[in-house]
Design a protein around this ligand. Structure first.
Ligand code: SF4
Ligand code: SF4
Length: 186
């Protein structure tokens, strides 16, 4: 077996080092003068596509508490509670359990009012798992407009009943006076 010349091997090692460094630096040099593309998250964020399936948002004013979204959810992570006052709703809660939610969007399609959506928010860090049950309501109780509508409807109903009662009382008076007249004639 012929032994390799140590000087030659030494020089080859030097050449290999210089060559591989030059190849590596060629790539570095290519990007050296370009604008940096690193995003300083969370101060900066990349644009999120419109169809991104992040944390839900609810247009509460449009929601009719029909439960269609909750029924469509394959893992039962939507729960809601509202008290009905005629046509108006008094909201108590509308929660999504993000311990279970798999962001499948199946709750969005059956909504008859198109009021539950997948949002673009994704950062959801908590210290306690129970905090992953998120209430989507922006207000509890009734909205200001709903309170006004309810008050107007109640006033209208009261006026209608009063008019009905007055009419009934008028009719009763009329029949009583007619009976008196008959008695006098008799
Ligand atoms: S995205 Fe899917 S899993 Fe999450 S609440 Fe909607 S239906 Fe349920
Ligand atoms: S399906 Fe839509 S309208 Fe019905 S309860 Fe869900 S969010 Fe509200």
């Amino acid at each position: 077996m012929v032994k390799a010349n140590p000087v030659r091997r030494y020089l080859k090692n030097i050449w290999d080092s210089v060559y591989s460094t030059a190849v590596g630096m060629r790539i570095t040099g290519k990007y050296l003068m370009q604008k940096p593309i690193t995003v300083q998250y969370p101060d900066e964020r990349l644009p999120i596509p419109d169809r991104y399936r992040g944390i839900h948002y609810l247009e509460q004013e449009k929601c009719i508490n029909c439960l269609a979204c909750a029924r469509a959810c394959p893992i039962d992570c939507i729960e809601m509670d509202a008290i009905r006052h005629g046509k108006e709703l008094e909201w108590v809660s509308f929660t999504v359990d993000y311990q279970k939610c798999m962001f499948c969007e199946l709750c969005v399609y059956p909504c008859p009012k198109d009021c539950i959506h997948m949002g673009t928010d994704f950062a959801f860090t908590v210290f306690d798992r129970s905090e992953l049950v998120l209430d989507l309501l922006s207000y509890k109780g009734m909205s200001r407009e709903a309170r006004i509508r309810k008050k107007e409807a109640e006033e209208k109903k009261a006026a209608k009943e009063a008019a009905k009662a007055a009419k009934a009382a008028g009719a009763a008076d009329k029949s009583a006076s007619a009976a008196d007249d008959e008695e006098q004639e008799g």
